[in-house]
Design a protein around this ligand. Structure first.
Ligand SMILES: Nc1nc2c(ncn2[C@@H]2O[C@H](COP(=O)(O)OP(=O)(O)OP(=O)(O)O)[C@@H](O)[C@H]2O)c(=O)[nH]1
Length: 368
């Protein structure tokens, strides 16, 4: 699915920069822009073209808004046309969807995103998804990780989620807390966490990004599968992703160069393929999610299974679907393949939408 990614505020800019750095050459990434009031953040985004790094407003003297959400909201109203024009530079008509990336605890990303979405909804028919990053719980504590101290992060998160409801097509959440183990500081783990986040996002949106010569027996996932799974009612969504290395011979010749690649696909032991597919589907569904759910339940679920085409055993995928339907209780379970000859693993993505978060957000956003 061709997405245009916009990072707003510190977290959003860094995540989109990581996305551009890792996946800039892939066709699913249809554009990447970064918006911030903070010049220092923008200067460090080496993977994004300088013209696509856009500083708006010098109200904050070139710094961030330090969590003052109402200031961020006011800037959203003031700069919405200007920022929309930057997004529109050539990509608006080619993207199949928009992804706005924000740290929900901040003021710039959370303040500006709602107004920008409102305007994008006027300018385009395509879905406007939000990737919303939840603050780490340690951000509320001055002592544990002083560099990441943000006392208003939880309140901002609640308020911004309430603002986004009814505007964003869907909100994919990523909980920073979930990727920190005991004693780890968010500020020193930030880059690692951003790599994990980007890997999950690219797994979903890049899944249909296969070259046309790949075997056609597969039902390759496409933009409409992702759109239907995410829904259009600002549902909260979460992603589970798992991989398992498998033995492949075709990618390399016996000299390890790949020039004498065999034309006939290698034989794969059926029971091994079935086991591998079953394992990754279960790991993706029951392993760590970008946001944990209370009971694994989701209104809609998308299962994507990928890897070397000869490993994508149809029967195992069908059984995985049946298992996942009862696991998630979803009335709609969609699925698609992501065949990729160059990989030496099989993988599964379980995208759940319309979930109840297991953390402090479970009470739902406060109504503003
Ligand atoms: N995963 C991840 N989360 C981040 C990162 N930076 C910040 N965050 C989270 O995002 C929240 C908001 O931080 P920023 O994005 O820097 O805030 P902002 O939108 O620029 O707003 P102000 O700094 O208040 O102007 C923080 O409370 C953190 O929870 C990052 O690089 N990666």
């Amino acid at each position: 699915m061709r997405i245009h990614a916009t990072g707003i505020g510190g977290a959003g800019c860094r995540v989109v920069n990581t996305l551009a750095g890792e996946y800039g050459g892939r066709s699913f990434l249809n554009g990447a822009v970064a918006f911030d009031t903070d010049v220092n953040t923008l200067e460090q985004l080496s993977a994004i073209d300088p013209e696509q790094r856009y500083r708006f407003s010098d109200e904050a003297g070139g710094n961030g808004l330090s969590g003052d959400l109402s200031r961020g909201q006011a800037l959203g109203e003031e700069y919405v046309s200007e920022l929309s024009r930057v997004i529109d530079r050539g990509t608006l008509s080619r993207a199949e969807g928009f992804l706005l990336v924000i740290g929900l605890g901040g003021a710039t990303g959370g303040g500006v995103a709602p107004e920008l979405i409102r305007n994008l909804n006027r300018l385009t028919e395509e879905p406007v998804y939000v990737l919303g990053i939840l603050p780490a719980s340690t951000e509320a504590d001055t002592e544990i990780d002083p560099a990441a101290y943000r006392p208003q992060a939880a309140a901002n998160t609640q308020e911004t989620l309430a603002e986004l409801t009814g505007l964003a097509t869907a909100i994919i959440c990523f909980d920073n807390d979930n990727w920190l183990s005991g004693g780890q500081q968010f500020s020193s783990e930030r880059d690692r966490i951003n790599n994990v986040l980007v890997e999950h996002i690219a797994a979903v949106f890049g899944a249909g990004d296969v070259d046309d010569t790949t075997a056609t027996a597969q039902q390759v996932v496409d933009a409409s599968d992702i759109n239907r799974a995410l829904g259009s009612d600002s549902s909260i969504a979460t992603i589970g992703y798992a991989t398992q290395t498998v033995k492949t011979q075709q990618a390399k010749s016996r000299f390890g160069l790949g020039i004498f690649k065999s034309k006939t696909p290698p034989e794969v032991d059926t029971s091994e393929a079935v086991r591998a597919i079953e394992t990754v589907i279960r790991k993706a569904a029951r392993g760590k999610q970008t946001l944990e759910t209370t009971d694994g339940h989701a209104d809609r679920t998308l299962l994507i299974v990928g890897g070397p085409p000869e490993w994508l055993n149809r029967q195992a995928i069908a059984q995985g679907r049946t298992w996942l339907t009862s696991e998630t209780g979803s009335s709609a379970l969609l699925s698609g393949d992501a065949p990729d000859e160059s990989r030496d693993d099989v993988f599964a993505i379980v995208l759940r939408s319309g979930i109840t978060p297991q953390n402090w957000l479970a009470e739902g956003p406060k109504q503003s």
